[in-house]
Design a protein around this ligand. Structure first.
Ligand code: NA7
Length: 534
């Protein structure tokens, strides 16, 4: 097969990839967007499990670049379900006629930098090849599924599913005995949905969560008009907040000056909002000061306790080993109510881990749980996993996989020293890895990458790469900010703790979306100081 020559390859046709494709085309560059899936949508394609739902408010989770799209698209709910978000992405792709430049069903196997030509050679699993000046990786920070390898999997006669690889045509679980391993944001959505559908539901829980009650409702015309009227200001304001949502954090120091009663009122108000405001829209000390965090944790524990009929069961569902907000906060509607049902059984696998599969189900301690279907809601190799599954070789044949297995580094989460012209949208050490309303951060990053590529083109430059010194500085700053918070004390995908052997570092920059954007803008304004251009 002939090698195809092109200016830009975008890997991934999700929220970021579609926007990157649009921006590159608008700039007059030749571009192909390549995705392994048979359809566009990225996360919103793959995660079609029962109950999959957005937990950013829809009116903040959107593209801001087109007034036409903002005016025409009508969100049906505050927190819409997965099919609606996929429809939204298709609506945008159709509107801007993106499809002709998207290649689906094509998994990139390797990306090799050719220093003489200053170009990347990309090869797909089926041997197709592209020679490109720039690679914009939009592979997603939560797209490489992680499933535990319990022994004797081949003996199990039932069906095993991962939430991120759910059959697109769906699967009827009515009357079945279903097990779910994992109670993260995904497990919670699956469990609350399946509880009323299946005969018996066994929840294998290792670490309980502080889930916040979601306040979801249909958006009527009046509400949509209200939000539309906010859009012009929101477009810019949203980029200045801590989490990329419409909520603003209070000033650092304020919470310490308040009485516990005043803080409680703030928490109650956020709780009533029924959103992630509880997490990224109250006061910063909640994520940094152990005492203030303990107070907020107790507040949420009380709320959980009140939902569960059996007090002993409630205690098992209430987290104690870590503080509220230091693990991704899930939203729920009927998750805790599910445990008041007779067909839902909580199995604590912390003390007594899952040992192995059997022919009929799972063995936990001495007890065998008979199952027709086992669902892994066990998360992802986040931040790095989707890129390291591609053989990426930069200057001097250095491997990104090897680098990130030793030390997870990047510059602004956007480029990696040693890998010229590779842009890592939603890569590690940026807010977009976790602490951000994703659409906000992905658009900001794609805009930055677009500006960088156009700067090179307009100045007849071929390549760009952060210096080792600039990268060291960014990593040190990232770690310093992380160390001021409580996040590193909790084991979760945020710190890489869910993947054996993964170097420990907070995957996401936690200095705030507004702060991050200002730093990125400064780099651009300085003519990319700290980056070697040539
Ligand atoms: P998460 O948040 O990584 O949750 C994975 C869950 O799976 C969590 O409860 C894990 O327990 C559990 N898990 C993983 N391996 C095991 C084994 N071996 N035994 C028992 N339990 C296990 O993934 P999600 O898909 O829910 O959410 C990922 C993100 O997607 C979410 O944060 C949102 O941003 C969207 P653990 O806590 O490790 O004890």
């Amino acid at each position: 097969m002939a090698v195809q020559e092109i200016d830009v390859i975008v890997i991934g046709a999700g929220v970021a990839g579609l926007y990157a494709l649009h921006r590159m085309r608008e700039a007059g560059l030749s571009v192909q967007c390549i995705d392994a899936a048979p359809d566009i949508g990225g996360t919103w394609h793959w995660n079609c499990y029962p109950g999959a739902r957005l937990d950013s408010p829809s009116y903040t989770y959107q593209y801001w670049f087109s007034d036409e799209v903002l005016n025409e698209w009508e969100w049906s709910e505050r927190f819409p379900a997965q099919p609606e978000i996929k429809r939204y992405l298709k609506f945008v792709a159709d509107k801007f006629n993106l499809h002709p430049d998207i290649t689906l069903d094509t998994r990139i196997r390797s990306a090799i930098w050719n220093a003489e030509q200053a170009r990347w050679l990309l090869t797909s699993e089926s041997g197709e090849q592209w020679s490109t000046r720039f690679v914009i990786s939009c592979v997603g920070m939560l797209s490489a599924p992680n499933a535990p390898k319990f022994p004797d999997a081949d003996k199990f006669k039932g069906q095993v599913l991962h939430t991120a690889r759910w059959p697109q045509q769906g699967i009827d679980l009515t009357g079945k005995r279903v097990g779910v391993v994992g109670v993260g944001a995904t497990g919670i959505q699956v469990i609350q949905t399946l509880a009323t559908e299946v005969a018996d539901l066994y929840v294998f829980q290792r670490t309980p969560q502080y889930a916040v009650k979601m306040n979801n409702y249909p958006l009527d015309k009046e509400q949509l008009d209200y939000w539309r009227a906010q859009y012009p200001a929101m477009k810019t304001d949203i980029h200045t907040t801590f989490g990329g949502f419409e909520w603003k954090l209070r000033e650092l120091g304020e919470a310490a000056e308040m009485t516990p009663q005043q803080r409680r009122e703030i928490l109650e108000e956020a709780w009533t909002d029924g959103s992630l405001k509880m997490w990224v829209g109250v006061y910063p000390e909640m994520l940094a000061d152990p005492e203030i965090n303990a107070e907020a944790s107790e507040f949420v524990r009380e709320k959980i306790r009140a939902r569960i009929d059996d007090p002993a069961l409630a205690e098992k569902l209430i987290p104690r080993a870590y503080g509220f907000g230091t693990y991704r906060v899930p939203l729920e509607t009927s998750y805790y109510d599910a445990y008041n049902r007779e067909n839902v059984h909580l199995v604590d696998v912390k003390e007594n881990p899952i040992q192995r599969f059997t022919e009929k189900g799972l063995l936990v301690g001495d007890t065998e749980y008979e199952l027709d279907v086992l669902v892994f809601a066990t998360g992802f190799d986040a931040g790095t996993g989707a890129l390291t599954r591609i053989d990426v070789r930069g200057r001097d044949n250095r491997s990104l996989d090897e680098l990130w297995h030793q030390d997870i580094r990047s510059t602004l989460g956007l480029q990696v020293h040693g890998f010229p012209n590779l842009f890592t949208v939603a890569g590690p050490l940026a807010p977009s890895t976790a602490f951000c309303n994703m659409t906000t951060c992905l658009q900001q990053q794609v805009d930055w990458v677009t500006d960088a590529i156009l700067y090179l083109r307009d100045n007849q430059l071929q390549q760009m790469e952060p210096t080792r010194e600039r990268e060291d500085e960014w990593v040190a700053h990232h770690d310093e900010v992380a160390s001021m918070t409580l996040m590193m004390q909790t084991n979760s995908w945020y710190t890489g703790a869910n993947i054996e052997g993964k170097p420990r570092r907070l995957l996401s920059y936690i200095g705030g979306v507004g702060e991050y954007r200002a730093i990125c803008d400064e780099v651009r304004e300085s003519g990319y100081q700290g980056f070697a251009l040539g």
